[in-house]
Design a protein around this ligand. Structure first.
Ligand SMILES: *[C@@H]1O[C@H](CO)[C@@H](O)[C@H](O)[C@H]1NC(C)=O
Ligand SMILES: *[C@@H]1O[C@H](CO)[C@@H](O)[C@H](O)[C@H]1NC(C)=O
Ligand SMILES: *[C@@H]1O[C@H](CO)[C@@H](O)[C@H](O)[C@H]1NC(C)=O
Ligand SMILES: *[C@@H]1O[C@H](CO)[C@@H](O)[C@H](O)[C@H]1NC(C)=O
Ligand SMILES: *[C@@H]1O[C@H](CO)[C@@H](O)[C@H](O)[C@H]1NC(C)=O
Ligand SMILES: *[C@@H]1O[C@H](CO)[C@@H](O)[C@H](O)[C@H]1NC(C)=O
Ligand SMILES: *[C@@H]1O[C@H](CO)[C@@H](O)[C@H](O)[C@H]1NC(C)=O
Ligand SMILES: *[C@@H]1O[C@H](CO)[C@@H](O)[C@H](O)[C@H]1NC(C)=O
Ligand SMILES: [Zn+2]
Length: 473
């Protein structure tokens, strides 16, 4: 009977220890979150305690150089491919490919033609080819069939689906029997409100507070699902936003005959496809038309934009100065905020924060290129990156020095900086270890009693003398 009890104790002990160890991160997990149009300095416009909480326990990059043109779809595809627009092929939200003789337009969600996407292979596909699973909640491009693949789990794009419902899906996939290791979560604001109100409007304050609350909700749900300590959370955006004004409008009809060209993309980078034989006429008419409009022949587009070698880049592009708006005529739709301008402008830059077992804590970096995010993702996911335009070396300093797959090190090292992190993460571990220790003590007490009773004859007589040396051994 005592030996049975001994076995029960032994099994309890080992199982308690293994559960307390399985609470440690095993497979590296990454959740990439993007709030569309979240300009880098919105963090300081109003109190954003949840963003600052992530910064305090993680990393923050102050200036992220995104890619030209600073529009949504080109930048989202760069984040998941590491390529400049000319290489990944999503050169704008509105495109025409003269070889395919096909158009692409975000306005009418006419974006589902695979051929526009297949110059590149996004990270979710590479992740799945390596045997992992991915899950995407409305991330641009994740409901498009690319190289005959879709994410393992995804939501068909529907802007009416609430943030809470998107978070619920992400958590469901991370905690499923066959969990994802890569999650992608997208939210439309503050871009939508930034366009309508203009980033300088005091009404943007509540909009940013609302985003901060949404991040708070995400953190709360990740903690509740016991994902917080094992997940690498990256929070970023595609671009910033700048204030426009009806006093800063460039009207193409004043300079060009609208029958002479097709306007493929409008503002702030007009993409102009001249009709047969009209190229010189259009270029000459436009090149000195307006002091706040810079006109380029395709082959003269500045090198630093990496925006030249693609059929979908039109023969002439006209780029407005910051805050200027290009109209074909005055009846066009005007927005108080816009983006798409030169990617060297700070107003076009997005946020970048990250937190999790792989990342350093309370670390600020001055700058990075958005093309580097892809190689960081591949490193975290332990997959081989496709050829890209970023560099892992440039962002390696965001990671813990030891290894990205930090296991027990977070809990064993105990300097002042890590104390609070330990406190917020080690509760489960603490319970596991305490329970384990109690069971070990009970086990040894019973073990010694058993040993003493079964192996030593005439125990009762000698008990006092024998127990003492045994306990000291
Ligand atoms: C391009 O497609 C349009 C219809 O979308 C068609 O009218 C036109 O003939 C096509 N052009 C060529 C060169 O195939
Ligand atoms: C989009 O989501 C909303 C809210 O969940 C839902 O009512 C609507 O039916 C959805 N639309 C489509 C086309 O699925
Ligand atoms: C617009 O052009 C004027 C005249 O060249 C210049 O002074 C001004 O700085 C330009 N605006 C911007 C935003 O570059
Ligand atoms: C302005 O341009 C649009 C096409 O962009 C056209 O439909 C509209 O008729 C034009 N309006 C005027 C007043 O020329
Ligand atoms: C974060 O780092 C800054 C200096 O880089 C320091 O002043 C601050 O106390 C640190 N905060 C925490 C919570 O460690
Ligand atoms: C960004 O990339 C360029 C080369 O394309 C490089 O010269 C620059 O150092 C990079 N910036 C950072 C902060 O890594
Ligand atoms: C990373 O992937 C390699 C195979 O590509 C595998 O051998 C290794 O165990 C993986 N590392 C982790 C920590 O998952
Ligand atoms: C970007 O990367 C692609 C793929 O490796 C390569 O073909 C292209 O030349 C690179 N672009 C630049 C500007 O280095
Ligand atoms: Zn926008």
């Amino acid at each position: 009977m005592t030996s049975k009890l001994l076995w029960v104790c032994f099994i309890l002990t080992t199982s308690t220890f293994s559960t307390s160890f399985s609470l440690q991160p095993d497979q590296p997990k990454v959740l990439l979150v993007a709030f569309d149009g979240f300009r880098w300095d919105y963090l300081y416009k109003v109190p954003t305690p949840h963003f600052h909480y992530v910064m305090k326990y993680g990393v923050h990059v102050k200036q992220v150089t995104n890619i030209f043109i600073t529009k949504t779809y080109p930048n989202f595809y760069t984040m998941v491919t590491g390529l400049f627009a000319e290489s990944h092929g999503i050169v704008s939200n509105d495109m025409f490919d003269p070889i395919l003789n096909k158009s692409f337009s975000l306005d009418h969600m006419d974006i589902y033609d695979s051929e526009f996407w297949e110059a590149a292979t996004p990270v979710w596909i590479t992740n799945q080819r390596a045997g992992h699973s991915s899950g995407a909640a409305m991330w641009p491009g994740t409901d498009v069939n690319i190289h005959e693949s879709l994410p393992t789990h995804y939501m068909p794009y529907n802007e009416s689906v609430s943030f809470e419902d998107r978070v619920a899906k992400i958590i469901e996939w991370f905690t499923a029997k066959e969990p994802i290791n890569l999650g992608l979560l997208y939210w439309e604001d503050p871009d939508d409100m930034g366009h309508h109100l203009g980033p300088d409007s005091p009404l943007m304050g509540p909009v940013i507070s609302d985003i901060d609350n949404k991040l708070g909700y995400l953190i709360k749900m990740l903690k509740r699902a016991k994902l917080w300590s094992t997940l690498n959370l990256i929070i970023t955006s595609d671009h910033g936003m700048t204030q426009c004004s009806e006093e800063r409008i460039i009207e193409l009809d004043q300079y060009l005959n609208k029958d002479d060209y097709m306007l493929i993309d409008q503002s702030p980078v007009a993409a102009i496809l001249p009709k047969e034989g009209k190229f010189d006429e259009i270029y000459e008419a436009l090149v000195h038309a307006h002091p706040n409009l810079t006109v380029f022949k395709k082959e003269e587009i500045p090198e630093r934009w990496h925006y030249r070698y693609n059929n979908r880049i039109q023969p002439i592009i006209a780029v407005a100065d910051e805050g200027w708006y290009i109209f074909q005529n005055k009846s066009d739709n005007f927005l108080l905020g816009n983006h798409g301008y030169d990617n060297a402008l700070p107003e076009m830059h997005p946020i970048f924060l990250a937190r999790g077992p792989a990342f350093r804590r309370n670390f600020t970096k001055d700058s990075m290129n958005s093309t580097d995010l892809y190689s960081l993702l591949c490193h975290l996911l332990n997959i081989t990156a496709m050829p890209h335009n970023g560099s892992f070396q440039n962002v390696q300093d965001l990671l813990n020095a030891a290894t990205p797959y930090v296991k027990s090190t977070t809990l064993l090292h105990c300097n002042n900086k890590q104390k609070e992190y330990k406190r917020e993460n080690s509760y489960d571990y603490f319970i596991g270890v305490s329970l384990g220790s109690i069971i070990v003590i009970v086990f040894f007490v019973i073990f010694f009693k058993h040993l003493i009773r079964s192996q030593i004859p005439d125990l009762r007589d000698m008990q006092a003398e024998i127990v003492q040396p045994l306990l000291h051994a």
